[in-house]
Design a protein around this ligand. Structure first.
Ligand code: ZN
Length: 220
């Protein structure tokens, strides 16, 4: 299935799907729940464009590779090239927000971590980055903390807000651009609050960002 960025009303976003930069351990309570230290600088990894899919379509998760964990995250869409950007430039370049799931093969990741190997097999598989329709950044005030919430089968599993981020969104995007050039159409997954856990076939999910974006989906 091909993926294209879309707005919350379903109309197309005029930017190509690009790479996905993810941030690990950006919420202290989540770092702790997995037994990790709170990092001094952002832990970054990537998913390719082939990882992208639409969150509002039923989710196909890998079978036979152990636990598949949900990580609900605020997502930002990049609208201008950024290399070694200032925080101000980073802010200008963030053109939209969404909510996504950084799906993770947790057993595979634990094995890779134990062997001190890279995480891609656990993080970058096809369909590992479901993302909602997007909302224009100019309509969103980031001065208030935005809730990041995930319910599974009507039970709140993950709840946090963007004020809890160790690396707030615009400094984070600026920092990412010191390591990798960001291009129009790239997405940044900004890290997950605590409460990650396994998904099962038949689970019904509701993901919410702030009070303006709510997506329901299910696991096939
Ligand atoms: Zn994550």
């Amino acid at each position: 299935m091909t993926y294209a960025h879309k707005w919350i009303d379903g109309s197309p976003v005029d930017l190509p799907p690009g790479k996905v930069i993810c941030v690990g351990r950006n919420y202290a309570d989540h770092a702790r729940e997995l037994g990790n230290d709170v990092p001094a600088e952002p832990v970054l990894f990537m998913k390719p464009a082939t990882a992208l899919c639409h969150l509002d379509a039923p989710l196909q998760i890998p079978a036979g590779r152990g636990a598949v964990h949900h990580e609900a995250e605020m997502v930002v869409l990049i609208g201008a090239p950024l290399t070694d950007a200032s925080v101000e430039d980073a802010k200008e370049a963030v053109v939209a927000y969404g909510i996504g799931l950084d799906l993770t093969l947790r057993d595979v990741q634990d094995e890779l971590k134990a062997q001190r190997l890279p995480w891609e097999k656990a993080k970058a598989f096809d369909g590992s980055a479901p993302v909602s329709g997007l909302i224009e950044a100019r309509g969103v005030s980031t001065r208030q903390n935005l809730d990041v919430l995930l319910e599974v089968n009507d039970t709140v599993r993950q709840y946090g807000h963007t004020g809890q981020m160790l690396f707030p969104v615009f400094p984070l995007v600026a920092e990412i651009s010191r390591h990798f050039t960001l291009l129009p159409g790239d997405l940044v997954f900004t890290g997950t609050p605590k409460g990650v856990g396994p998904l099962q076939s038949g689970d019904r999910l509701a993901a919410r960002l702030g009070n303006f974006l709510m997506v329901r989906t299910e696991v096939l």
